[in-house]
Ligand binder design. Structure first.
Ligand code: ADP
Length: 638
């Protein structure tokens, strides 16, 4: 009932009108049928009465009124009496009724038999007959029938009465014909049944038509309703997944922050203690400094975890919005694998796992493809393998085969002897935000985005991923990524670039360079200054846009690092003023946007505003050096 009410409430005005019209049609046809059946029954009764009257009138017409008027008990048995008897007997024997007899009025309420044609139990001349209204009418000269049945010693009847007139026009007597109540009722019900059946057929047909009409009218509505319901369920599911994801994410983000803050507190404590120790016992400081190193590296790890989570979210939203672009260039597979080995080995060692990489000797060393995304795919899979393995090993096997043209299908297989994945969970693996066996894995960090990103990246690169797993024994993830084989000529062309990459990774030295770092948060300026300490670069700092503009006017800076979100004057405004100050010493210096705004499209937006480059916070010393190496004058690089 509530469902019906809801559907009614949610239906459109036209559907409501159609439904109402159908309801009215239905009620009207039921009413019409009922009234018609009732009226038809009355008509049928009238028709039966008419027939009864016709019979009795016909019989009365055959009787001589003058003879009937003078009839007395003495006439019974005479020839004339018998002649009349015979005449009426013709009717009795040929027409469908019970009894026929003649009556005479004694007074207004009394009538007697003058002749009775009942062959078995006839009334005698002068016997009183049962008085009815119809009989009284006939006694007064008008034929009539009993509208209600009456009962006498012969049974239950409806009778028809017809007056017989003498030659002077007076009522000489009444001819009466009895029709049994059973006959009357059977006539009535036979006719009525036919009527009821006809109306029932009409009603059923109209019901069917109205039901079909309703179905046709309501079908799209019901369909839309079902669709809505389905969408609602889907949306609720997606919403739940999102809420779970957010809750999980909040937990994931809090965990490294907690570690960072905790470790930092320990560093502060330990450093204060060390200061005291140095004053009393300089050698005791060694133990303290090794504690500080442990805390600081834990802090760094936590920070790296945090940034990995944020990068996953950013990558995911970039992919979702179709804004992830691939950058294809030649790269050395050996360097990629070396880097992987370095980062993964540490994690595998920490967990006491064996980690080995098998590389096919025939693998070309230089391939053309998106190195960053290829590395990301492999890193995701190997990180998972390490994460979900407690004992045993994790391995990476890399090989591939040459395909048509210069295509090379790179194939990487990541095996582990870890917890494995249940067969029924395999298809959930690549669904966004889905993490399997949350209870069992609740202590393992993860966002549930890694494999989704992996799959989407592979889709973009026309690659594939397959999983085989035995629950409790381990898993095998196999990926293929089409890459391009680089010709010798192309390799030579790129050799310089490929070589210069590791060159640049050496420590940066530029003691003659001077840069300006602008940020309203003092700690960020302190960090930049500290990170660049070993490079010899002079770092001036400004806490506001206005200060930066003034300093850039006075001093020539080789590069300016500019925070974006600052009170009063933001990074973009500050940049514009520096550029507009044509006579300023740093009007043409490269300005790098240095911001925590890392959402999709941020880089493109800032470059469009006129910045020379873009760096998202948090920064590492390495990234900062890389960036400065790119923008400082080559002559100042040592
Ligand atoms: P997460 O951040 O949770 O690791 P992923 O998308 O990388 O997210 O993986 C999704 C889920 O797949 C994981 O939560 C884990 O249950 C399962 N999984 C992924 N890799 C492995 C593996 N090598 N062994 C067992 N389970 C795995």
């Amino acid at each position: 009932m509530t469902l019906l009410k809801r559907r009614w409430r949610e239906s459109g005005i036209s559907t409501k009108i159609i439904l109402l019209m159908q309801a009215v049609l239905l009620v009207t046809s039921i009413l019409f049928c009922t009234v018609s059946i009732y009226r038809a029954r009355t008509d049928i009764k009238r028709a039966i009465w008419r027939r009864m009257l016709d019979i009795v009138n016909c019989a009365a017409a055959s009787v001589d009124g003058d003879y009937l008027a003078d009839l007395s008990a003495d006439d019974v048995g005479t020839k004339e009496y018998n002649d009349l008897y015979k005449k009426l007997a013709v009717f009795r024997d040929n027409v469908d009724f019970e009894y026929i007899y003649s009556l005479r009025k004694v007074d207004d309420h009394n009538y007697i038999f003058t002749m009775d044609l009942d062959p078995e139990d006839p009334a005698a001349f002068g016997d009183e007959v049962l008085f009815t209204e119809a009989l009284a009418k006939a006694g007064n000269g008008t034929s009539a029938v009993d509208e209600e049945a009456y009962e006498d010693k012969w049974g239950e009847f409806y009778s028809a009465y017809s007056p017989v007139f003498d030659s002077s026009g007076k009522v000489a007597g009444v001819i009466a014909v009895d029709f049994s109540a059973d006959w009357f009722d059977s006539q009535l019900s036979a006719q009525t049944r036919t009527n009821v059946i006809s109306f029932a057929i009409i009603l059923v047909i109209s019901l069917l038509v109205s039901a079909v009409l309703s179905l046709i009218t309501l079908r799209p509505f019901v369909k839309a309703q079902e669709q809505l319901l389905e969408e609602k369920v889907r949306a609720e599911g997606a919403n739940r997944a999102k809420s779970d994801f957010l809750a999980n994410m909040s937990h994931e983000i809090r965990t490294p922050i907690n570690a960072m803050m905790g470790m930092n507190e320990m560093i502060l404590r330990e450093t204060r203690q060390m200061r005291d120790i140095i004053e009393t016992n300089p050698y005791g400081a060694i133990e303290s400094s090794s504690n500080i190193l442990t805390y600081a590296s834990d802090c760094e790890n936590a920070g790296q975890n945090l940034i990995a989570i944020i990068n996953d979210i950013l990558d995911f939203s970039k992919i979702e919005e179709g804004r992830m672009d691939l950058v294809e260039a030649p790269y050395k597979i050996s360097s990629l694998l070396k880097e992987l080995r370095e980062t993964i080995s540490i994690k595998a060692d920490d967990k006491g796992l064996e980690f080995f990489i098998n590389v096919d000797d025939d693998l070309p060393d230089v391939l053309c493809g998106d190195e960053v995304r290829t590395r990301q795919v492999l890193t995701n899979l190997i990180n998972n393998a390490v994460k979900y393995t407690e004992h045993g090993f994790v391995s990476l096997t890399v090989n591939g085969e040459k395909k048509a043209g210069d295509t090379f299908l790179l194939k990487a297989v990541v095996r582990d002897s870890g917890i494995g994945i249940k067969h029924e969970d395999l298809q959930k693996l690549f669904k966004r935000f889905s993490r399997l066996e949350m209870e069992r894995n609740s202590t393992l960090e993860g966002t549930g985005l890694g494999l989704v990103i992996t799959q989407r990246l592979l889709d973009m690169m026309n690659g594939t991923v397959e999983v085989e797993s035995e629950y409790g024994k381990g898993s095998v993830f196999t990926v293929t990524i089409p890459q391009r084989i680089v010709s010798e000529d192309e390799q030579d062309e790129n050799a310089a670039q490929l070589k210069s990459e590791p060159d640049r990774s050496g420590p940066l030295r530029a003691p003659e360079a001077r840069i300006l770092a602008v940020d309203d948060t003092r700690v960020n300026l302190t960090l930049v200054t500290a990170l660049l300490q070993d490079t010899g670069i002079t770092v001036d700092t400004a806490l506001s846009g206005a200060d930066a503009v003034a300093m850039a006017h006075r001093t020539h800076y080789d590069t300016i690092l500019m925070d974006q979100r600052m009170p009063e004057m933001d990074g973009v405004e500050t940049l514009k003023l520096i550029r507009l100050d044509a006579g300023g010493a740093s009007a043409a210096s490269p300005v790098i946007c240095f911001t925590a705004d890392a959402v999709v499209g941020a880089k493109e937006r800032y470059l469009a505003e006129g910045f020379d480059d873009y760096m998202s916070k948090p920064i590492t010393g390495y990234a900062l050096e890389e960036m400065l190496a790119k923008h400082l004058p080559q002559t100042k690089l040592k």
